[in-house]
Design a protein around this ligand. Structure first.
Ligand code: SAH
Ligand code: SF4
Length: 383
């Protein structure tokens, strides 16, 4: 079947299998594929998740990191960056400001730290949120690869969701994007994602899009990895250069920024088609590269956005990439503006919903290629 025919079938509610070649082909095509692709993804979205847009308030609790990823401004060798760590009281106040504005889900993000003070602080925040709001709140962590014991501790303290991007499903590309120093091992990252699911977390992942040396085939492989693993949530966004990182020197080997936006939107749409019932965010990086990133991400199949609750004075130092704008806005005003923008495109922001991913709550059967062991140890799922 031709790609366009397959997309029309999907839009109409029928079944059409998009294989690796179709996915790569779709990512490679000219602009004429966008309309049928986004229409198909929107149709899938409205049949499953519906028009709702879930909200997570982000608190970037510390920009200290033990790792040294070649693309990231928080890497430990980036000595020009002033480091901060928010104390418990400030983290709690940031979350409370979001709660007062009606938010019911919060994402704690940080560099990767394994020391006891950091783990104990995350644990304290989770316990406090659990004691304050119980089942009315969903806390999400994105704090890097943690050992099993730490994950168990954080789960027991009230953690429920975890985001750990694999960055790429291609081990060779992974090795080009990270130092070979034993701290950055592809297999360990995948194992950590497995541990999360075995531990009963709602497991989220995603990839960087448009990094140097990445091909459309590699991105197609990413989509299949995410599907075969059976993730519950996805956040994937464009790579954005940072002059303080080693990858900056190879920026000419990356697609243009416009192309990175286009690839990101197509990746969102294709993943929505492959995984109709997951939650997927229109990421801050996408919104950084295009002012209408929120609308374009939602129109391509995303159903989550994440306003920032980090106090303004820390925000510029949470410097993953360049071009992050910091506008000292009240969360209420941000929500009003975002809600109006979503309403203008027929979508409804529901900040008061915890928005558990249907993929997790309903646990439909997960695809596993015949004759191959699924990448996610499906038999072990704890759903
Ligand atoms: N330290 C944790 C969480 C914070 S970093 C971790 O790495 O998992 C969160 C994400 O930021 C990373 O997964 C990476 O995909 C993204 N990121 C880092 N540098 C970036 C850049 N230059 N452009 C776009 N995204 C970037
Ligand atoms: Fe640290 Fe995460 Fe940045 Fe890697 S991507 S350097 S782990 S903050």
């Amino acid at each position: 079947m031709l790609l366009e025919e397959g997309l029309a079938v999907i839009e109409g509610g029928g079944e059409a299998v998009l294989g690796r070649d179709d996915l790569a082909d779709c990512l490679r095509r000219g602009p004429s594929v966008d309309e049928p692709l986004f229409r198909a993804a929107s149709a899938v979205l409205s049949r499953t998740v519906g028009p709702w847009v879930f909200v997570r308030g982000i608190v970037e609790m510390t920009n200290a990191c033990r790792k040294n990823c070649y693309y990231c401004g928080l890497r430990s060798d980036h000595s020009a960056l002033p480091r901060y760590s928010m104390p418990f009281e400030e983290i709690a106040a940031a979350i409370e400001s979001g709660w007062a504005a009606g938010l019911r889900s919060f994402l704690l993000q940080s560099g990767e730290l394994l020391g006891e003070p950091h783990i104990a602080l995350v644990e304290k925040v989770l316990r406090w949120a659990d004691e304050s709001w119980g089942d009315s709140v969903r806390m999400v962590l994105s704090t890097g690869e943690l050992p099993r014991a730490a994950l168990e501790r954080l789960k027991a303290a009230g953690g429920g969701r975890y985001l750990l991007r694999i960055e790429t499903s291609d081990p060779v590309l992974y090795a080009k994007l990270h130092p070979r120093d034993g701290l950055h091992r592809f297999e360990e990252r995948i194992q950590c994602l497995r541990n999360l699911r075995k531990g009963g977390w709602q497991a989220g992942s995603g990839v960087l899009i448009g990094v140097p040396w990445q091909t459309e085939e590699s991105l197609a492989g990413d989509l299949l990895f995410l599907r075969d693993f059976g993730i519950d949530m996805c956040g994937m966004g464009p790579w954005i250069e940072h002059s303080g990182t080693p990858l900056y020197a190879s920026r000419h080997e990356a697609p243009s920024r416009e192309r990175r936006v286009s690839l990101t939107l197509r990746m969102i749409a294709l993943l929505r088609i492959l995984m109709p019932d997951i939650n997927m965010s229109a990421t801050t990086a996408l919104q950084t590269l295009t002012p209408t990133g929120l609308e374009r991400g939602l129109a391509a199949g995303a159903n989550v956005f994440m306003p920032n609750l980090t106090p303004t004075r820390y925000r510029l130092d949470y410097n993953l990439y360049e071009g992050k704008t910091v506008v000292p806005d009240r969360i209420e005003d941000v929500l009003d503006r975002m809600s109006a923008r979503c309403a203008a495109m027929g979508r409804t922001v529901v900040p008061g919903e915890v928005g558990d991913p249907l993929h997790f709550t309903k646990a439909p059967p997960v695809y596993s290629p015949p004759g191959e062991e699924g990448v996610g140890d499906h038999d072990d799922q704890v759903h």
